[in-house]
Design a protein around this ligand. Structure first.
Ligand code: ZN
Length: 238
């Protein structure tokens, strides 16, 4: 068992927890995965490999100001193989963190999934985990430890577009899935991007990621990211 400190005070540290507000320090205890966990990750990756973006969804997403780092799920799978990224479960000190990514020059890329989801092996759970993996692959793709509001938006577009694809492929699959993984995660963001007024999306991202820099060299800020930064600054009187 290994204890890995994942979050530091620097707002630019890559492993900022996805799903928890601000830059709260989070520690992760990584455990050797058991057979059920390995099987769940494999099922999630098999689903991810099939993901394609619905053409109108992709146009809408880009117009909004979020640019997915991968063209489809298959491309993310290829990236995982090439980069030798590891996918593991971890106990997070903050249970509201869904997943996060750890990058170090020595260990490379590790995607950590909240172990609260380790026994979740229903089909919608597997899909939700695949979305979390997709999101973290988006962060890992640039091999740096820098993060920004724009990078988050781009990575969020991955899980949202995958979620929309699954909703179409498996009609009604998420209808009875009301756990935290959905209500504050995959289902919420699909609604925020596609169904609700954009103010709700901006407020949510400002709350979770507003402390980050607006954009960075590899993720130039769009108007959406600029709006989010303004909301964050006006709310916190920075
Ligand atoms: Zn993220």
């Amino acid at each position: 068992m290994k204890i890995t400190p994942l979050i530091f005070k620097s707002p630019y540290f890559k492993s900022a927890p996805d799903g928890a507000p601000g830059a709260t320090p989070v520690y992760a205890t990584i455990e050797k995965p058991d057979r059920a966990q390995i099987s769940t990750i494999k099922r999630a990756l098999d689903e991810l490999e099939e993901v394609v973006f619905l053409p109108n969804d992709l146009i809408y997403m880009k117009t909004l100001g979020a640019n997915p780092p991968f063209k489809n799920g298959k491309e993310a799978l290829e990236w995982i193989k090439e980069s030798k990224a590891k996918i593991l479960y971890a106990d997070f000190s903050n249970p509201s963190v869904h997943a996060c990514l750890n990058y170090s020059q020595n260990d490379g890329i590790t995607i950590l999934i909240n172990s609260n989801y380790k026994d979740n092996c229903t089909h919608p759970d597997v899909l939700a985990i695949s979305e979390a993996i997709f999101h973290e692959c988006g962060h890992g793709k640039d091999f740096d430890s820098e993060n920004s509001i724009q990078e988050e938006l781009n990575c969020l577009s991955l899980n949202v577009l995958a979620h929309r694809y699954y909703q179409k492929k498996y009609k009604g699959i998420f209808d009875n899935s009301n756990s935290f993984l959905y209500s504050q995660g995959v289902s919420l963001y699909a609604k925020l991007f596609f169904d609700f007024y954009k103010t709700a999306l901006k407020n949510r991202v400002a709350d979770k990621y507003g402390y980050l820099q607006t954009g960075d060299d590899k993720h130039p800020a769009t108007n959406l990211a600029n709006d989010i930064k303004r909301i964050y600054e006006s709310a916190t009187y920075v």
